[in-house]
Design a protein around this ligand. Sequence first.
Ligand SMILES: [Zn+2]
Ligand SMILES: [Zn+2]
Length: 255
Amino acid sequence: MTLAITALRVFNDNYAYLLTDRETQSAATIDPGQAGPVIKALEKKNLELTHILLTHHHYDHTGGAEELKKVYPAAKIALHKDDVSHLELKPALKLKDGDSIDFAGTTIKTIHLPCHTRGHVAFRIEDHLFTGDTLFNAGCGKFFEGTAAEMLTNLQQLKSLPPATRIYCGHEYTVENLAYAHRADPDNRKVQNRLQNSRKAQAAGNFMVPSTLAVELQTNPFLRLDDKNLTRQLKTDNQLATLIALYKIYYNVSP
Ligand SMILES: [Zn+2]
Ligand SMILES: [Zn+2]
């Protein structure tokens, strides 16, 4: 792969991403909540923006798309068809599950994960997965437009990807999520170690993306819904009940 992936910080805790094809000097951005940091990165390397990929309709992921489209009119906006009505933007690509997007000869696959929003998607490029607000480091997004059962299906789908998959999420919530994970699963040493390490990384101002699916499978309770220690702690006897119990710990509300 000749692609380079760069994470950009937008707003307080959002990650936007820039994909760069070195051969053609073209670029794609994922979830540009703000245009400024993306334009700056593009201009610095003299790149032409060809795609604006949106995981879902929320403003903190889409807010910069319109301005980017003005500066780079050839850029194609891509969004799942079920989220299109929420925005003024006119996406050139109205996505559905399984759609492929060609970016400079590289295939970007669309995985529909309805729950956080009806049209939430993850974008997969080989072993790189952009999960928006569905899967975070050690956490899971809110069920704004869907049910716990739908999120369970999404999580099971993501779990089935190769463990080496690199996970690029939409927000930097690692430390607080691991603190919740530790509350839910206090005996999990891997959670404790990751919490310590991510506190250091946070203090140093380091980005904590990408994670890997292998790390998440060990430390993200939302991917460990049948773990015996976790279900004993939460007093649950099936994955859906465990998911709902975790959601209450993380978000202090019932889904
Ligand atoms: Zn969102
Ligand atoms: Zn968000």
